[in-house]
Write a protein that binds this ligand. Sequence first.
Ligand SMILES: Nc1ncnc2c1ncn2[C@@H]1O[C@H](COP(=O)(O)OP(=O)(O)OP(=O)(O)O)[C@@H](O)[C@H]1O
Ligand SMILES: [Mg+2]
Length: 285
Amino acid sequence: MPVIAVVNRKGGSGKSTFAAHVAAWCARQGHSVMLGDVDRQQSSRAWLKRRDPALPQIAPWAMDQKNMLRVPTGITHVVLDTPGGIHGFELARVVMFADAIVMPVCSSMFDRESAAACHAELMALPRVATGRCRLAVVGMRIDGRTHAGRVLADWSQGLGIPFLGALRETQLYVRSLERGLTMFDLPASQSGADLAQWAPIIEWMLPILQPLQAANDPAPILTRVSRLGTSRPESLMPAQEALIHGSRLMAASGSRASEPAHRIPVRTLPRTAGEGAQIPQFLKR
Ligand SMILES: Nc1ncnc2c1ncn2[C@@H]1O[C@H](COP(=O)(O)OP(=O)(O)OP(=O)(O)O)[C@@H](O)[C@H]1O
Ligand SMILES: [Mg+2]
């Protein structure tokens, strides 16, 4: 089960925005994806509540009989959104579960300093240092063609972290998220320029999210249609076995709220964990 974690201890760097987009991309590919916060704020859950049920669905944590949050049964992909300030044991626990960590970084010196400290802490963890958990940087709210974009790319490469590209600053992100949408849910006529910026990011994640397709399929990333059979139970790390499944997903068809960039089956998700649910034990502060 691929697990992508979005990490940067700097608050407001775009983690939740990025995580929502990765989850929506997975959903549009037909994967049964869960988007979960690892803090009590549960802002991703609030965003999921705004999402039209007719859109490709993204599951939140499910809650088991012991009031613990679990990955629902049937989920094949997990995206973890993390809070600003994450460090120490809490960060190490996320790394134990993650196949890849993406750090969204803004352009200021303060953002880079904070991200460098986060990177140093990550590199001290064996899973990251040995490459079992991959790490990359994405520029957030940056025009990649500007000096600021080049500075960030050089900084990232100087630290030896792959720089996947930059996402521009646009109110389209803000407005989309307010409606429970992402760029991947908008008509291509609205989001085309932004989807192009996502292409190299998705390309980097593809061997983790869709290992078989990444090896065999030469089709352009943003025009691929959904396929089944993408989970990798044989590659489950021992630490990931603690991401215990709860209840089963049911497949169903439905209509779209907007004309999508990519057509995929719509899924009906299980009853979601309610307000006040417990944070998973392994992620508790
Ligand atoms: N590319 C973008 N263009 C314009 N606004 C953006 C962009 N990305 C994120 N934002 C806005 O920046 C703000 C912070 O983004 P977000 O909440 O994703 O950051 P965060 O890292 O999750 O914050 P926190 O550390 O508080 O959890 C939000 O208002 C979001 O809508
Ligand atoms: Mg956030």
